[in-house]
Design a protein. Structure first.
Lengths: 377, 377
């Protein structure tokens, strides 16, 4: 036995971005990744052997069914995934494993029975993953260009819509959130970007930040667009929010919009290598308070500013770092959103979100879309 | 302390179908679900409180930030998710927890430190989840109707394509896998179904069952379509595979197709409440062997029949039960695929897949799409 430690992941790379990051191999069902003594290896089902050998960025691909057969021959009646891991590790004489925080408990428990000591760490599991390479930034920007094209098409439809009786009309029928979301999602799919949970929420609905919106879109009230597709090709996400109104906003709503926009743009000026995410978030909170926008529970419902200012974007839509109450220092190469918002039932809601690349002396805004509040035809 | 056991999940319901099944609430970031003494409760971030209260099928929604504040007041400096769980459970006097197999190890380890005993079980975590209700079957069928419409549109394009020089031509350019996949995915998005990893793979590419296909589609050789979108609205999946040829297949390829088709249709006749999935799979293997189609490693590559015959379909694309070597008994209300395939580099590949609902005396085929091998214009 040695003091060395192996890194172990058991997951489906389709839904586990750390595993995809480590292997650049996409599979819908769980497989085994082990990094031991500088060698990176996979244990794959027969179904995935071929693809894994040709695509995965690892040193070796072992056959799960072969290891399983060997275990059966040795008398293990129903070898499970952890037993297969054990069989692979045994000959290498390791007992200490580093696993990601989301490592499945069922495998952890079995490995502990087999005598392994497991250690874990908080995200980022791979520290390098938060620092984007030039290629990763290009993938994110490509998804962002598609996002902008889709939102532009949607805004064109809103511009052409007619405000009447409190709602927007298009082609003789009320224009709905569902129709605009579908338009955005289809436009994105035409560019091989998969959008889910696209938000097009107006009026009262927008006051709940994760309400996706439904029914006729309101005239004269703010409508939040929040679009965050994933590229089917690169697997990287983009993320953008805009708030618009069609018709005539109240002076109070105009002021709400301007306050969010000013605070968002001020926050962006503070982003640079070494800046403290928590302080940037706190700055926005203070600015909102100073402008008279309080954050509090009213009739059992939160209003004001009750979400974080930003999050990392990459192979996950929400990944480290965070620009929030618990934010960490920003670092050159981070890609983060800056998305303050204010939500007041009765008045309405505004959220504005850009995605920026942190640089040594500032940041580069990866978003290239105007911040126009009042859409005119 | 009592002998009772609480059920605990910590996950994002966006990516964890057990949690979505239990709560019918969709959130992109992890939250806490606890079922204790007949009460089902959530602990949610401020951001999700409103939506959770109005949408989640639980008895109570607690505020994560409130529990966190209480812990800080009690002197816990950096309360983590497991500490919040502990705070909620403490007053209820429970020490035994049942968690799903994929429960994050990082939380399991902390809960064990806090004195909890964790037990887990294999999938299905919720046994009822494998038995579909009438409503669930309708959701699956709706996604399947969309799938059929999208594949039909793609097959129309293939029918109109011209075989020349070994590839298919359309509008004066070679017709590619990418173009057909995009067509299918866009058609599905128009019906609010999200398709990812759609397979349109011809010739040699199709011999790797999970190769999604790229480049010009071959004439005279088999092309596998495997389409498995998820409904954005209901979150249920559908799944269908068809194999077609445009041009003139070789007699050997025709025979390969017929063998797979016959075996698939025979397998469907065996499906009923109580049937053994492993036996159905074995029946197909035996039939292929008897027809001279061997399964073996040739030049380091698997050929023949080297995947399972079917899997459950529901909120996950692959869920219990399995119709495979390790298959379990089928039960009324299961929705399963039946998808044998044969893969021979040089000759080509065929996979045919329907989705069926297991009934007391047989099954109801949820797929309503012809099995036409040779597409003619």
């Amino acid at each position: 036995m040695t003091d060395e430690r192996a890194t172990l992941m058991i997951a489906a790379s389709e839904s586990d971005s750390n595993l995809y990051y480590a292997t650049r191999f996409m599979a819908p069902d769980p497989f085994i990744f082990i990094e031991v003594k500088g060698e990176r290896l996979l244990v794959m089902s027969d179904l995935e052997m071929d693809r894994a050998k040709s695509q995965a960025t690892v040193d070796r691909v072992l056959s799960y069914s072969e290891v399983e057969r060997r275990l059966r021959a040795e008398g293990v009646t129903e070898p499970g995934t952890a037993d297969v891991v054990h069989a692979v590790l045994q000959e290498r004489g390791l007992q200490r494993l580093l696993v990601p925080g989301n490592f499945p408990y069922i495998h952890a428990a079995r490995l502990q029975e087999l005598g392994y000591q497991l250690a874990t760490k908080k995200e980022p599991f791979f520290e390098q993953r938060v620092v984007k390479t030039g290629e990763e930034v290009r993938h994110i920007e490509a998804a962002q260009r598609a996002t902008e094209a889709a939102v532009a098409a949607a805004h064109d439809v809103l511009r052409a819509a007619i405000p009447r009786g409190g709602v927007l009309w298009s082609d003789g029928v009320p224009l709905t959130s569902e129709r605009i979301k579908q338009l955005i999602n289809v436009k994105l799919m035409e560019r091989d970007c998969v959008a889910q949970h696209t938000i097009v929420a107006g009026g009262e609905q927008a006051c709940d930040p994760h309400n996706e919106g439904s029914g006729p879109l309101p005239a004269d009230r703010s409508i939040i667009f929040d679009v965050f597709p994933r590229s089917g090709q690169s697997r990287y996400f983009a993320d953008m929010s805009r708030t618009v109104v069609r018709g005539t906003p109240s002076p109070e709503l105009r002021r709400l919009y301007q306050t969010v926009k000013d605070s968002q743009e001020e926050a962006i000026t503070k982003i640079r290598d070494g800046a403290d995410g928590a302080k940037i978030h706190q700055g926005i909170c203070a600015r909102f308070e100073a402008a008279g926008y309080r954050t509090e529970l009213v009739n059992g419902r939160m209003q004001g500013y009750f979400h974080g200012t930003g999050h990392g974007v990459g192979l996950d839509i929400h990944e480290p770092p965070r620009i929030s109450r618990t934010g960490s220092p920003l670092q050159e190469g981070h890609v983060v959103t800056v998305e303050p918002g204010l939500y007041y039932p009765g008045l309405g809601a505004v959220r504005i979100e850009d995605m920026v690349l942190v640089t040594r002396n500032g940041c580069r805004n990866l978003t290239n879309y105007p911040k126009t509040f009042e859409l005119e035809c």
